[in-house]
Design a protein around this ligand. Sequence first.
Ligand code: FES
Ligand SMILES: [Fe+2]
Length: 323
Amino acid sequence: MSNDPRYYTPPIPNGWFQVAYDDEVKPGDVIPLKYFGKDLVLFRTEGGELTVLDAFCPHLGAHLGHGGCVKGESIQCPFHAWRFGADGKCVEVPYAQRQPKKADIPRWHVQVTAGLVMVWHHAEGKAPEWTLPEVPEFGSPEWTDYTKRRWQIRTRNQEMAENQVDSAHFHYVHGATNMPQSEASVDGHIMRVRSTTGMTTPMGPVQGVVASESHGFGFSMIRFGGIVDTLLISSVTPIDEDNVDVRFSFMVKKIGGSGVTAGVGKAFVAEIERQLEQDIPIWENKIQHARPLLCDGDGPIGLFRRWCTQFYSWPQDTPQAAE
Ligand code: FES
Ligand SMILES: [Fe+2]
């Protein structure tokens, strides 16, 4: 972390964060992950249970995600074949007379919502403090399947989340035809933002409504109305203190034939991609001020910043730990 007081370097935040898509992990799959500054392993047992464990074997430290394999309801280490259940408990050391005690591997809490595999990260190891909502559009015959996009960006969750309430940048960075009016409200770990904005579309300028609902920093549902109803699930997962893995999952409400929906959906996804790629060079090169200098046209950034504080476990020696 930077010791320069002008710069604000928050710790890796707490909350639910996406590590995979449910339909991309089949029974028997073993996937190494690097998130939250840690090495993890994701696997699905033959019976279908999804599990995320710390990656390193307590024996001699092999990475279970590189060469480990699923055996029934357990994962077998590639080095000396110790086996661990989906709960992380050591179930077999094949060549030992006495099974070693304390050979268990820490297990992460997993929740699947709207086809996203989410894990709970808490810097102090606290159990989940909330659950994620169902997404009614997911799986509905009136909506398309996901169109997925992914980026790795050198920024932090709070920086990306702040975009939603940063009204002025929509005009100056993204070319919105007017300055959007944004109203934000906070309810515990949930923040809702409703904005009306002028958008340039292939069919000309339209007045669009954007309503977002964020459950912590890792999971936001952003609903766009205007020409066509679209839902974007934005998931941002910390890789370490300075880099994030971003997954955008788009669904479009079906209109007319499938060709019409696909055409409109494609144009919409392209527009959101264009906007994100305009933000990236700003995020990757900016600093984060602890106390930004705001003006009256800035949108509800102050409210947003207060909402953010609940997601951090500040180390003991930082002034924020006392706040
Ligand atoms: S390192 Fe895993 S069984 Fe030896
Ligand atoms: Fe933006």
